[in-house]
Write a protein that binds this ligand. Sequence first.
Ligand SMILES: Nc1ncnc2c1ncn2[C@@H]1O[C@H](COP(=O)(O)OP(=O)(O)O)[C@@H](O)[C@H]1O
Ligand SMILES: [Mg+2]
Length: 289
Amino acid sequence: MKMIKVSNLVHSYLKYGKTEEDTISVKALDHVDMEIDKGEFIAIIGHNGSGKSTLAKHFNGLLFPAEGTVWINELPTSDHKNLGQIRRTVCMVFQNPDNQIIGATVEEDISFGLENMQIPREQMQDRIDRSLEAVRMTDKRQANPGSLSGGQKQKTAIAGAVAVSPECLVLDEATAMLDPKARREVIGIARELNEKQGITIILITHFMDEVAHADKIFVMDHGIVAESGTPEELFREPELLEKYRMELPPVTRLAYSLRKKGLPVRLPVMEPEDLAEQMERIYRGEQIC
Ligand SMILES: Nc1ncnc2c1ncn2[C@@H]1O[C@H](COP(=O)(O)OP(=O)(O)O)[C@@H](O)[C@H]1O
Ligand SMILES: [Mg+2]
């Protein structure tokens, strides 16, 4: 059974002009097919406007297919009877930390989400405890969300989602407004949720360094899935992603340039430590490729 299966999905938005004749339909998703297994760490990348958020909103029934079908654990999103179940299965965290928190305290915010999902009251405290622990925010339980940093707000939003016990968490550019340290922390938490709790993660981002550990990457371009593969497959040739206006991490490009200059660097390089180690071995005259 596929956790998420997307078949032939088309989504169009109406773009309103001054007159009815000026109003046009814009295809944001143009026959998308995709399959995601339970427990995978998936990254979806692509330039602005390529259709990533539109696709994400189909994963938990915030949008419905004009054509094609989206199944979550075999339940089609087009059937309204399935929506409660689907929204407990796939939870979303969005870009702007300020738009997602409504409670007067962190704890209250998480309990609102649980009430919305009709989680029994007697389970609430335990779920709040565990989700705050998972994002390392236990000490902020009674904090006023207004006093939190952007990173802490996103961690609260993640805790709110995790408390629902979803099988899948979609982070739609959830790190875009964070500083590098908070960004790393949020990505670290996503990896931990995936590895320790088996939660399927769908990470939508335009930071290439965040996708280095994904099991699989989908590259969106103009409403289609233009490429898919492991980070190793997609990061081997900078030209492959540059075609879609995506830029590789500096260390990946540097390794590629060194290789072009004739140094026997093993590609792709995703982490500075890997390149440093390879350079040391090359310097010592060891054979590495
Ligand atoms: N609510 C909307 N109304 C009209 N057009 C939209 C709306 N949301 C997105 N679009 C358009 O759909 C396309 C895909 O957008 P989106 O899914 O937000 O892409 P991404 O998340 O990759 O930046 C873009 O051309 C965008 O302008
Ligand atoms: Mg988006």
